[in-house]
Design a protein around this ligand. Structure first.
Ligand SMILES: Nc1ncnc2c1ncn2[C@@H]1O[C@H](COP(=O)(O)OP(=O)(O)OP(=O)(O)O)[C@@H](O)[C@H]1O
Length: 473
């Protein structure tokens, strides 16, 4: 064992042992390029056995080796990237060796295997290329109409028809008027239509009720430098110009100041816009999608909205129904928002129990989908803070908590009956039948118990069961 030997600087065996046990390959050649030392790491790196290479010219094994260059030029090389054989990569350094008198006696090369690093770096490059490709595809998808349309979900046949109608007219140049209560998704539809339209320009939203009347004109039409006191030196591009080649979304259009309506009409009719303080007309290609929750026809009769402008904007009208008229969507949307918020906050999915859905179904949802979304968001936060795995009634806003569940509504679907041709008598009979069925279910088909809870004689219950064809096993 070498470890038992005392260190003897003249012991060549000891030095060979040390050189054989370092993780780098070491090759020594004499001044003619003949290999005189080749350590065991070199044998592994280069897949050449020591007995085969010793006393041979290094060039016959490695035509590209750097040692011959070291001997020729009497210079050192550091950290040269080299591939001695297929799929094997090393970083090499080599120095000339001199005797005490300064005569060249040979050269020494040290190679470090970086094959794994090169392979990992290749893999990383490939992964990065794939990632870039995916990012490109994602950003294409994220700004596609499909990305927006897929956010609009519904169970209602009528609503699905509206979605399909919007998809179909998206590519046409027609101006669209979206009508619907606040929070029904008008802006979401407008974006979906724009991105589906294939128009290259931007989607520019503008809320007509939020801009102060004095600023309206400069916001929409833009202005030239020094057009008025307080104007920016360089002038400002108006929303129409920003939306060039794209879509201008005029939200709350009914609130557009009456005195500006003729100017908007002129742009729509002539297809040109003129900045304030300028007499230069600029041609524009902008599609208008406007939205309102007001009855514009009523405003026309009150002289608050110009009829000619209305007809320009309302080339194609889409009515988005309120959430209370598509009750089937409440559970669908609530569960979608629940999933979204739980994922966003990194918490496991909480459940919405039936008693909370009963409240949701009875609530009028004046703020529509936006209100439902907010209620779910708030409830998820409270549930997570209180360590609960379901949304409890107490987590809901006060106006929802105080809803009294109408028991009849719970067991019958009034909408289904009201919307049929049924007369009142038949309608009441249907309710009576459903109540009897439900009571029997709850009393586990114990007729005596059911009659007691319905506060009717047992004989009456038998008679009504017979009349409505209710049988129990
Ligand atoms: N059918 C739907 N599916 C999924 N999310 C919806 C749907 N409808 C609306 N939302 C969401 O509800 C919120 C309100 O929608 P949006 O702002 O489009 O309504 P709006 O009708 O334009 O409201 P307002 O009239 O107040 O401007 C948004 O977060 C939107 O993503």
């Amino acid at each position: 064992m070498v470890g038992e030997k005392s260190f003897n600087k003249h012991d060549r065996g000891l030095f060979e042992y040390i050189l054989d046990n370092i993780p780098d390959s070491i090759t020594v050649v004499d001044k003619d390029g003949t290999v005189i030392f080749f350590n065991s790491t070199a044998e592994q790196y280069f897949a050449v056995e020591r007995k085969d290479i010793i006393d041979k010219d290094i060039r016959t094994f490695f035509p590209n080796a750097i040692l011959p260059r070291v001997l020729e030029r009497k210079t050192s090389f550091y950290n040269i990237y080299n591939s001695p054989r297929e799929n094997s990569y090393v970083i090499s350094s080599a120095v000339p060796l001199y005797d005490k008198l300064g005569n060249l006696i040979g050269g020494l090369a040290r190679d470090r295997d970086i094959t794994e690093i090169v392979k990992l770096s290749d893999l990383l490059n490939k992964t990065q290329t794939n990632l870039l490709q995916l990012e490109k595809e994602y950003s294409k998808m994220a700004s596609s109409g499909e990305a927006y349309f897929s956010k609009i979900i519904s169970n209602s046949t009528n609503f699905i028809q509206i979605i399909n109608l919007c998809r179909n007219i998206a590519k046409s140049p027609l101006n669209i008027l979206l009508k619907g209560e606040s929070g029904t998704g008008k802006e979401l539809f407008a974006k979906a239509i724009h991105y589906e339209s294939g128009r290259k320009g931007k989607f520019i939203p503008i809320n007509c009720s939020a801009i102060p009347r004095e600023l309206f004109e400069s916001e929409i039409f833009g202005y030239e430098a020094g057009a008025f006191t307080g104007a920016k030196n360089e002038g400002k591009m108006g929303k129409f110009e920003e939306a060039e080649g794209g879509t201008l979304f005029l939200d709350e259009i009914a609130d557009m100041p009456l005195e500006l309506q003729p100017k908007l009409l002129r742009i729509l009719e002539d297809g040109v816009v003129t900045r304030i303080g300028s007499n230069k007309q600029k041609k524009i290609d902008v599609r208008i999608i406007s939205a309102t929750n007001k009855d514009i026809r009523e405003l026309i009769t009150q002289d608050k909205f110009r009829m000619d402008l209305y007809y320009r904007l309302d080339v194609f009208q889409i009515n988005i129904p309120p959430l209370r008229d598509r009750k089937g969507d409440i559970a669908l949307l609530a569960n979608k928002f629940l999933q979204e918020f739980c994922m966003e906050q990194g918490i496991s999915i909480v459940e919405i129990p039936d008693e909370v859905f009963d409240i949701f179904n009875q609530y009028s949802w004046g703020g529509n989908v936006r209100e439902l979304r907010n209620v779910i968001q708030r409830s998820v936060v409270i549930a997570s803070q209180s360590g609960k795995d379901k949304i409890e009634k107490e987590f809901l806003p006060y106006e929802l908590q105080r809803i009294k569940i109408d028991e009849i509504n719970k067991i019958i679907n009034i909408d289904e009956i009201v919307n049929s041709d049924t007369g009142l008598e038949e309608y009441l009979e249907k309710i009576e039948k459903r109540i009897i069925q439900k009571t029997l279910e709850e009393s586990k088909n114990n007729k005596a118990l059911a009659a007691k809870s319905l506060k009717i004689p047992r004989a009456t219950l038998y008679y009504k069961m017979d009349k409505y064809g209710i049988s129990i096993d």
